[in-house]
Ligand binder design. Sequence first.
Ligand SMILES: [Zn+2]
Length: 163
Amino acid sequence: MTRRSVFASGAALTLGVGTIAFLSSLVRRRDQHRCYACQREIHSSVKVVADLPVGTATFCCLACAISEQQQIHRQIRFLSVADFVSGRMVEPESAIYLAGSEVNMCHQAHQQPSAEHQPMPEAFDRCSPSILAFTNREAADTMRRQHGGEVLVFNQLRVRFSG
Ligand SMILES: [Zn+2]
């Protein structure tokens, strides 16, 4: 047992379950490879960085970040989104979005569950519907023709998913 985990378990015993939740939320927030909200692995093609009341957080995808927004009942300010084609992080307002297509990176990752990554239930999924960001309108249109969905600009996306 490391000194840190000895300290952690000591603190948890002293202060109770709330402390465990608090400590694990601190650890979660620092892991840049996992989504702040759902712990899914972050794909560079759909990554989102947002400003939350608790600080800057990285999400696995826009749908997940919007689910978080609905859960905390306040608008999240998106700082940057990944261009689906290049993985480059760009300003949210400058991107074109494809919502509701059949391409969902978070789901694809879940088709091969391992012992540590159990599949999520089908009924509700915070990463659905899929929302992809593009810097190139043609790329978004091509993806829509091949995989369905609807092309939206940032403000349309905001209005659509604000409720
Ligand atoms: Zn997520």
